[in-house]
Write a protein that binds this ligand. Structure first.
Ligand code: AKB
Length: 318
């Protein structure tokens, strides 16, 4: 099976590409990157190609050359960056997705994975245990592109029989690649500061509570959904998934159990409003029923593992 991963240098892409290479063979997974150059771990472990997903001709060429059976389409501009440049968010997120779906159906691609986000929800959505099927009321351009993208994926599945699958990711916490331009980035930044022995100024209020997930569960969700029996699936690219919910101050307190001198100050900025518009917790029972989704990491297990990994990585860089 040949796989193309777009956005391979991003927070999820950089780890998912390596995991897919481990599972399906290094030569079979092509890492597509755009502006950010490939780190040696990706460059040295399999094929790669430069690709702007918003450029249809370029994408067609890549699919013609590599003939992927499956595309994991991760290239995206996240919520906070999308508010700074809504036009770029539309271009990358929606023009990019449209191109991927079009080129996939015309180029004989069997399956597409595309991540949606809790950003499809908004002030009119129930905040606690947000149901699978509920009001979408995104307030950011990122959320608008994710909500429209969900409908677009549904359309391609219904109209053309394309096997498109995806999940609504919560905030993702990871140790290998920093997220860029998201609202949930504070949760990752806190770990980096703690491990470096620096104080952290958090850009949301201490009581800000959001659904979150650790990277191993994020990878597991994508791969498990893609391998699931299609006959069991009742949704397409909009499966709610979650692993835990915690406030910024609860995360700081958990980190302090391991790094007692860690100091956090709170200075909310424009990202507070985005965080306030999103759910506090998510009901992911459809994913549990349809493809046996079950996260492995809760807050304490995640914090312990994340600190250990980050310490090893940052020490290695010195
Ligand atoms: C963001 O904060 O923009 C992303 C997301 C929740 O989709 N991490």
């Amino acid at each position: 099976m040949k796989i193309l991963v777009t956005g391979a240098t991003g927070q999820i892409g950089s780890e998912l590409t390596l995991e897919l290479r481990r599972l399906y063979g290094e030569e079979n997974v092509v890492a597509a990157f755009h502006r950010t150059p490939l780190p040696p771990s990706l460059k040295d472990s399999g094929p790669s190609v430069r690709l702007d997903v918003a450029d249809r001709a370029e994408l067609e060429k890549v699919v013609r050359n590599y003939k992927p059976d499956v595309i994991y389409h991760l290239a995206a501009i996240l919520s906070a960056k999308g508010e700074e440049n809504p036009a770029a968010a539309w271009r990358v997120n929606l023009d990019g997705l449209y191109n991927v779906l079009e080129v996939a159906r015309a180029g004989g691609v069997r399956q597409v994975f595309w991540p949606s986000s809790i950003a499809v929800f908004g002030p009119k959505t129930p905040k606690e245990d947000t149901p699978q099927d509920t009001v979408l009321s995104p307030t950011t351009m990122y959320g608008v592109t994710k909500a429209a993208g969900e409908y677009l994926c549904d359309y391609y599945a219904r109209r053309y029989g394309l096997d498109v699958r995806g999940v609504r990711y919560p905030g993702i916490i990871s140790s290998e690649t920093l997220p860029g331009g998201g609202t949930t980035d504070y949760a990752v930044e806190m770990f980096y500061a703690a491990v470096k022995g620096e104080p952290y100024t958090c850009f949301v209020r201490p009581d800000t509570t959001l659904p979150m997930m650790y990277m191993p569960d994020c990878l597991k969700a994508a791969i498990q959904l893609m391998e699931a029996d299609p006959a069991r699936l009742t949704h397409r690219a909009d499966y709610n998934v979650t692993a835990m919910s915690f406030s910024a101050e609860e995360l700081a307190a958990e980190i302090k159990k391991h790094v007692p001198n860690f100091q956090v100050a709170y200075r909310p900025d424009f990202r507070q409003e985005i965080a306030d518009s999103w759910p506090r917790s998510i009901d992911d029972s459809a994913a549990r029923e349809d493809w046996d989704w079950e996260p492995s990491y809760d807050l304490s297990r995640m914090v312990e593992d994340m600190l250990a990994r980050l310490k090893r990585r940052l020490q290695g860089e010195r």
